[in-house]
Each structure stands twice: as structure tokens, then as C-alpha cells.
Design a protein around this ligand. Structure first.
Ligand code: ADP
Length: 264
């Protein structure tokens, strides 16, 4: 196929952005959006200029997690202006801002690709240190569209979020194969929900075999970036659009995300 007509426009939008990172998972419900949004908040608390783009067309969850469920995209002279996080200077863009939340979206491939390319060519991010892409689970049209649109913009690579159970890990193998086929570097694997933080005493109970994920990463020759425990206080914070780093700075989940950020 030839060069897409909007390719130059996308490159122009992406060039002022230093780091572009995709967040992937083989399965839904493993905490991909949670990890992507927590990373964006943690980065902005470190003084970085951050954007997060939610390309999960059928199930966008970033608006709710980021506390802007009814955010509206403003069309300005410079392009589409992202919605601002209520507390931190994080720019949020989501396909969810285009649809009403209670209507199911059933879209086929080319329409999805066009919408994603439009987000990339129209959004005025301005200069960012980091742009994180929250994607749907698995490997589908959305991933191919993002990766091909970023082809000339030097994306850093992909973070793969999983839990330590066997089923979830099997799908991670597919994610790794996908990234290698499509030529996107794998920055590493993150194990989410590795243990449960006791609400009474903060003691942690392991949920899955403790080294399953790390040895899986080693077998596939990709970095293992660390484990994030499940903390009920964080679940509540994320569901109600609060920043868990501000609301629960002493949570082991928050500490784990900070530790992973040091390693990326
Ligand atoms: P995915 O994007 O993989 O479908 P989500 O990020 O939506 O998954 O997470 C599913 C649910 O689990 C959400 O309610 C979220 O708040 C919760 N959750 C995920 N990871 C954690 C964690 N480490 N601690 C507490 N709750 C979590």
C-alpha cells in the first residue's frame, strides 16, 4: 500500500513527543488500563508532561479512571484539545469521549483504523515527554493501526501487562510474537495482581506461583519489570477517578508502580 494521505500530519503531531509507549495485554481484566493510567499519573507527579490516548474503541475505561467520564474534546484552531486530568497535568484523549458510555459500539476494522488515525493526526498534544497508549486486550485492528501510524515516529515500544496465572501467560506469548512480527520493541512484562494486600494489616498473600511470570519472561528473552500487588483501596480510587498516588501514597501498589517506573 502507498503512503497514507495523513501520514505527514501524524508525524508532525508525534515529533514533539519524546517517548511513545504502548500498553498491551493478552487478556482483559488483568489491569492494563489501571497500569497505563497509574504510570501516567506517576510520571506527571515526577514533573513530566504526559498524555494518555485510549484507543480501546469497544471498551474505553480511561475517562472514568482519570476522573473525566464526561470529558469533551474541543476543536480549536490548533486541532483537537485533549481533556485535562482534574488534578495532575495529564492530557487525556479517549475514543470514549466520542460516544455515549451506555451505547455498545460495534465497528469493523477500517472504521476503527480511520478513527485512530484521526486521533493521531488531529490531537494537539503540544510538547510531551511521554504519550502512553492504552489499547484493547489481545492483538487486533487497533494495535495494527497504532503501530502502523507510528511507523515513522520512532515509538519506544510496548509494555505487556499480565497476571501470573497460566491462562493469562499463554496469551502473553501471543503478544510477544505479535510485537516481534510487527517490529515493535518489548520494553518488558509487568505482573499485576501478584498478591492481595490485606485491608486490615497490609500483609500480602501471593495469588499465583511467585516466579511464574519472571521465568516466563526469561524464557522469551524479554525484561521482567516487576510485580504490582492488588490493593482494594486502589480499586476504589481508580473506580472513582481519584489518583491512587495522592489518595494512598503508602499503598504497596503505588510503591510497586513507582519502582517499575524507575526501571522503564
Ligand atoms: P484491563 O484494562 O486489563 O481490562 P482494568 O485496568 O480495567 O483491566 O482493571 C480491572 C479492575 O481491576 C478495575 O476495577 C481496576 O481498578 C482493578 N485493578 C487492576 N489492577 C489493580 C491493582 N493492582 N490494585 C487494585 N485494583 C486493581
Amino acid at each position: 500500500t502507498g503512503v497514507q494521505p495523513d501520514a505527514a500530519k501524524i508525524a508532525l503531531r508525534m515529533n514533539p513527543i519524546s517517548h511513545k509507549i504502548l500498553v498491551l495485554s493478552g487478556k482483559g481484566g488483568v489491569g492494563k488500563s489501571t497500569v497505563a493510567t497509574q504510570l501516567s499519573l506517576a510520571l506527571s507527579r515526577r514533573g513530566k508532561k504526559v498524555g494518555i490516548l485510549d484507543v480501546d474503541i469497544c471498551g474505553p475505561s480511561v475517562p472514568q479512571i482519570m476522573g473525566v467520564p464526561r470529558g469533551e474534546i474541543i476543536n480549536s484552531n490548533w486541532g483537537w484539545l485533549p481533556v485535562k486530568h482534574p488534578v495532575h497535568p495529564v492530557s487525556v484523549m479517549s475514543v470514549g469521549f466520542m460516544n455515549s458510555t451506555d451505547r455498545a459500539v460495534i465497528w469493523r476494522g477500517p472504521k476503527k483504523t480511520n478513527l485512530i488515525r484521526q486521533f493521531l493526526s488531529e490531537t494537539f498534544w503540544s510538547k510531551l515527554d511521554y504519550l502512553l497508549f492504552d489499547t484493547p486486550p489481545g492483538t487486533s485492528d487497533e494495535h495494527i493501526s497504532v503501530v502502523s501510524a507510528l511507523k515513522n515516529s520512532n515509538p519506544d515500544g510496548a509494555l505487556i501487562v499480565t497476571t501470573g496465572n497460566g491462562l493469562s501467560l499463554t496469551t502473553v506469548g501471543k503478544e510477544i510474537t505479535f510485537c516481534r512480527k510487527i517490529g515493535i520493541p518489548i520494553l518488558g512484562i509487568i505482573e499485576n495482581m501478584s498478591s492481595l494486600v490485606c485491608p486490615c494489616c497490609d500483609e500480602q498473600s501471593e495469588l499465583y506461583p511467585s516466579d511464574a511470570c519472571a521465568s516466563f519472561a526469561e524464557k522469551f528473552g524479554v525484561p521482567f519489570l516487576g510485580k504490582i500487588p492488588l490493593d482494594q483501596r486502589v480499586t476504589v480510587a481508580m473506580d472513582t477517578g481519584q489518583c491512587p498516588h495522592c489518595a494512598h501514597p503508602d499503598s504497596p501498589t503505588v510503591a510497586a508502580v513507582e519502582h517499575i517506573l524507575d526501571r522503564i
